[in-house]
Design a protein around this ligand. Sequence first.
Ligand code: NCD
Length: 323
Amino acid sequence: MAKGDKDKVQFPHRHLLGIEGLSPEEISILLDRSESYVEQNRRTDKTTLLLHGRTIINLFFEDSTRTRTSFELAGKRLGGDIINMSVATSSVKKGETLMDTAMTLNAMHPDVLVVRHPHSGAVKLLSEKVNCAVINAGDGAHEHPTQALLDALTIRRRRGALSGLLVAICGDIRHSRVARSNIHLLNTMGARVRLIAPKSLIPAAVERLGVEVFHNMADGIRDCDIVMMLRLQRERMSGNFLPSIREYFHFFGLDYEKLSHAKEDALIMHPGPMNRGVEIDTDVADDVGRSVIREQVEMGVAVRMAVLALLALNPEYGGKVDG
Ligand code: NCD
């Protein structure tokens, strides 16, 4: 690779805190790099030494199965030392404890901190206090950038490009950091986004983000290329957002009847964990011809490898340029 090319492929940020503000070129750098790891993850011998000697700490103030495991595997596959710190939400005394934990970990000289926190903005705050790269693994209802990137990689591999696609994001948009990161990414890459949800689950003034809002599944899904379902995040709901789960499924749960309004070859996506029979019918979720839900999980590891590599080896911040 010529020197100029190498300079071009580096990611020009210290942290990955969100998708908002990234350019199409920067998103493409992340997706192209991720693509190079898909093959590595399918080999029998999956481990390289790219991040040998680097320390990555997973710091999760909220429960997680796939995101935490995915980052852990990603770090190990690149030969880095990765450890998990789970902090029970109940013991977190917000602000103060977060900063204390950050300063303690910072003193151990990690190269990357991967942080999930129940409050929007907490991960950014933490990134301002430490000397290492920080990756947002989900902050409240704000952003979940690696989820949007893995969704984009899944779509790009299936459809060739994101530009020009019509994407429906359906369900609990109000509480969803996945929706927010996806709206930013898809708009930036030239896709069109529709949001479909009951009025109570749509955030105020969301049209400002450049989306179309629907309250009826048949209308919203019509002619879509991608149907992305979201989990009903009952743990974030205080008060009555819905009359009943049964009614919710009737009007907003994805079944074959509602799906029939989308393009014939529309892909079905879900970030997981799924509530079968709540936001998605179980047969639709498992439809091997249409559902790419398992592929999303696979792409998650590749995306997290790319983000870890680009941030940990960023020459702007003292990282060694490699690969
Ligand atoms: C999402 C999250 O945590 O925001 N899950 C995930 O990361 N796979 C979505 C959700 O919890 O519903």
